[in-house]
Design a protein around this ligand. Sequence first.
Ligand SMILES: [Zn+2]
Length: 275
Amino acid sequence: MNKLLLTFILLWPPLSSAAALPRSEPVPGGVAAIPLSVGESNPAPAAYYNGQRVLVLRDQERWLALVGIPLSTKPGRQTLRVKSGAKTFTQRFTVQAKSYPSQHLTITDKRKVTPSREDLLRIERETGEINAALATWSDTPDVEMDFIPPAGGPLSSAFGLRRFFNGEARKPHSGLDFAAPLGAPVAAPAPGTVIRVGDYFFNGNTVFLSHGQGLVTLYSHLSRIDVRKGQHVQRGETLGAVGMSGRATGAHLHWGVSLNGALVDPALFLPETAR
Ligand SMILES: [Zn+2]
C-alpha cells in the first residue's frame, strides 16, 4: 500500500479531533459555548442556567458548556452555576444584543390569529405539553450535533423574525422554515429518540426528538407522521412528510431546535454550506 495513504488512514480521524459543535453566538436566541474552569481529568461537571441543566461535553482537552439563550433574554451579564464533585461555583458570561428583522404575514383563517376562548384553553394546555417536551433531559455522554438539513428546498423564514399576522404583533419566529413541497420527506438531522408526537393548534402535526442532554428538535405542520413515541431514529431516517397543518400560509417544514429548554436558531447547527 502507498505509504502516504497508509499514514493518512492511521491518522484519521485526527487524534484530538474537536466535537462537531454548533456555531457559538452568545445573543438572544443563540448558543454560548463556555469553557468551564474544571480540569479535563475531572469527571464531567454539571452546569445549570436559569435552573435548567445544560449540555456539557469534552472538547479539545477541556470541558465545554453549550448554553441555549432564550430569545426573550436581555443582553448583559449572565450566570452559569457549575457543580464539579463536591465543589459548586459560578461562571459569568455576556449576552450580546442582536436585532432581528420584522415579517408581515396574512392568514386567511382569522381564528388562527385571534383564537376563541375555547381555542385559548387548548393553546394553554398545548404550551404546557410543548414546554415539558423541550425540557426533556437524558444523560447521553456523546451528543451528536453534526446535523444534516431535515428537509430539501430553500430556507424561507429565518429564526427570530418579529412577526405580525394580519398587522397584529405575535410571538417571534422560534424556528427555521424550509420551503419544501407538500409530501416531501422530513428526515432526522442526527440520531435521536421520539419523545412526543401530537397535533397542535399552531404547530399542527409535530414530532419531537431528543438527542440527549437537553438537545431537543421539533418538526411542525407535517401532513403525515411516520414515527411513534419511544422510537429510536438514525440520522436521515424519515419522520414524516411536509404539510401545512396548524397555522401555516402554505406547505413548509418548521424546524425548531431547543437547548436547556430554550428555542435557539437552528441554522447554528447546520454546516456553513447549508445555511
Ligand atoms: Zn416556522
